[in-house]
Design a protein around this ligand. Sequence first.
Ligand SMILES: [Zn+2]
Length: 298
Amino acid sequence: REGRELWLLTVGPDPDQVRPAIWIDGNMHAGELAGSSVALAIAEEALALHLSPLDPDPLPGAVRRAAQQVLFHVLPRMSPDGAEAVLDTGRFVRSVPRDERPDRNRPRWVAADVDGDGEALAMRQLDPTGEWVAHPEHPDVMVARTVEDEGPFYKVYPEGHVEHWDGHTIPDADFLGDNHPDLNRNFPWEWRGEHGQQGAGSHPGSEPEAAAVIEQAARRPNLFAWLNLHTFGGVLIRPPGNQPDGEMNQRDLAFYRQVEHWAEELTGYPMVSGYDEFLYRPNEVVRGALAEWAYAER
Ligand SMILES: [Zn+2]
């Protein structure tokens, strides 16, 4: 929306020759900048497959030859507007630094640089009902209040202002309060509007970032693998996102078990099912997610 381009890099000879391809994207969540670096590092590795084999080669010959046949499509920064906002100001943005909701005139927190240091971070205010106390050795650090704590207690708010304040109630800060939607709720898979899924957007693919990914990926049914890079979970989340493993395609499950074995060995991160082990609330499916769209609906 701010005029920045989405860059999609394709690595591999004869890119127009249709063959198995892998998609890698990063930074669909604005503050998860490391995804861009990881995506670019993978692109470098993909280039090295063709240009500069290491001596000795850590890859078995058959694996290298198979990998050289694969096309890599790499989108390092799905949300360039969001990433720029985070890098420029330090403010929190879930995905995109805009809000076009019709009810955006309600009382709400809007991130801003209040103290003039060029950043929009967090503010604390003394409050007997606060949930936070100062760390005993590092008083600038807020830690969660416990029943033994004597105080003083603090409320923590985003650095910014309450817009359209009603004069008496301080609204709760919300991670989508002044920025909307969440790109990872804007894909067509099991999409529901805001009443059914926070962060959904006005319709599937309503955001130019999501629409671009949908268009580019839908044109490539030869994509057989997809890495959607995030930073919060500390886990490798695999499909399915809407049913227990016992109900999914059992060949897919067997394949994921093999990938899990390799991936955990290489990264140290556990692999979890998006349904059995990663729902925010049990049985409440996360709708409009990219990974589920990539797995189930292309
Ligand atoms: Zn994320």
